[in-house]
Design a protein around this ligand. Structure first.
Ligand SMILES: Cc1cc2nc3c(=O)[nH]c(=O)nc-3n(C[C@H](O)[C@H](O)[C@H](O)COP(=O)(O)O)c2cc1C
Length: 416
């Protein structure tokens, strides 16, 4: 997710406000969008009216609020199909469990659900609900379906809820939703679904950097943003896989519909990967630190009489080689990443053989490429059969192509 929220001037957003406690935040969302020059039309569900009034929404949007599917005046002025298509983007905030269920199943028995079914635009949903509702298998099934259908999820966040419980289900703050809206609007075309299905397959992805402590306050890190690994996890979920994403410390949002395991160090990442096995596909996109500091103490190293400290480094576990050579639970497909600054393809081929993986995604991270931390990547898919070189692509598109290749190699029948 980018942090830039510019360039929203004159964009048209259709905002659907569902019936949840967080509906009051939708009012602030409208203000934030209007400050950025966005034209907002609001649709309020019947349940939503119990939480915010049509008058508040109309005053803040400067537009009539749409509430009824069977409204003769509305149909004469702007019919429901036109309403769903006149916008550049449809945003649902709060997205209730009920609205998610309707959209996932194609129900269209009120204005909001009919618009979601009739639209040809991208849809961003900002879910908000009690943690039990969010974690309920029915909601998680609906979430997985909506991800496959290409709905973009902003949140939910973890935290204290209005009902007194704690956990995932809190609606993203308005500015976080604005950021997701800007992201969704920044690319003209939506990334299509990966061709081929990973339904019934288990996919494990690692992403981001690792942080290796020097002392309790300092650490060794690298420039990985996690964008590529997170995009791969998202693409795998969109292809129907059951995805676990083991992520080092990153500042981007969790992909929707995947099980997250958050870690700091390479040692923790290895433990999380081991705990997630067995899987059908392992994709090691994380930039795991090669070394960690030996003998990290519990006190901060002080500047002083003993001069400049020297750090003794020891090698970290090789997670990719560990998975690729697993004696009992080697995944059917093991994919590694090679980030190199020189002799890219030679290094990638050597890595493929040395580590025993099936595919290596080679990317040039040399000075000036902007790959590490950036949003685009020039990748080469290296296998024993040869090299498939892709042009400079958005990391979402690299992810989609990689998942398509994996689905291709695996065929359609999940292992029993
Ligand atoms: C006080 C109260 C708070 C509610 N909060 C939520 C909520 O945060 N999220 C949710 O999914 N449903 C919540 N509900 C239930 C929804 O309002 C209910 O499922 C409704 O049918 C949703 O309709 P809609 O999706 O058309 O807006 C709440 C209900 C009440 C009475």
């Amino acid at each position: 997710m980018t942090s830039a929220t510019g360039n929203l001037e004159n964009k048209q957003v259709l905002l659907i406000v569902g019936g949840g406690i967080a509906a009051y935040k939708a009012l602030d969302l409208v203000r934030r969008l209007r400050e950025r020059g966005v034209h907002v039309r609001a649709v309020l569900t019947a349940a939503g009216k119990n939480f915010v009034t049509p008058l508040s929404l109309a005053s803040l949007t400067g537009n009539k609020v749409h509430e009824e599917l069977f409204s003769l005046t509305d149909e004469a002025e702007m019919g429901h199909i036109e309403l769903s298509r006149a916008a550049d983007l449809v945003v649902v905030a709060p997205a209730t469990a009920d609205l998610m269920a309707k959209a996932a199943n194609g129900l269209a028995n009120d204005l909001a659900s009919t618009l979601l079914l009739a639209t040809d635009k991208k849809v961003v949903m900002a879910p908000a609900m009690n943690v039990r509702m969010w974690l309920h298998p029915a909601t998680q099934r609906n979430l997985a379906q909506l991800v496959r259908d290409g709905v973009i999820f902003a949140g939910p966040a973890d935290g204290a809820m209005a009902c007194g419980e704690f956990g995932p289900g809190r609606m993203f703050e308005p500015l976080q939703i604005v950021e997701a809206i800007a992201d969704a609007l920044s690319s003209d075309t939506s990334i299509p679904l990966p061709a081929g299905s990973l339904a019934g397959r288990r996919v494990l992805v690692t992403s981001g950097p690792t942080h290796e402590p020097i002392d309790p306050v300092r650490y060794i890190a690298n420039r990985s943003s996690g964008r590529q690994g997170h995009a791969i996890a998202q693409a795998a979920a969109r292809a129907g896989a059951q995805v676990t994403l083991v992520s080092g410390p990153v500042s981007i949002a969790d992909p929707a519909g995947v099980t997250m395991r958050k870690v700091e160090t390479a040692t923790e990442m290895l433990a999380a990967v081991d705990a997630a096995l067995p899987v059908d596909i392992f994709i090691g996109a994380a930039a795991v630190a090669d070394w960690r500091v030996d003998g990290v103490g519990s006190n901060k190293i002080k500047k002083g009489a003993s001069g400049t400290p020297s750090l003794k480094l020891v090698e970290n576990p090789d997670i990719l080689a560990h998975v690729a050579n697993h004696s009992t639970t080697r995944p059917e497909l093991v994919v590694g990443f090679a980030a190199e600054t020189n002799d890219l393809l030679d290094h990638a081929r050597a890595k493929l053989l040395r580590k025993g993986c099936d595919l290596v995604v080679a990317n040039d991270v040399g000075e000036g490429t902007g790959v590490m931390g950036g949003t685009r990547n020039t990748a080469h898919l290296v296998s024993r059969a040869g090299v498939d070189s892709w042009p400079l692509l958005d990391k979402d598109e690299v992810a989609r192509r990689l998942i398509e290749s994996c689905a291709d190699l695996l065929g359609t029948e999940p292992r029993s």
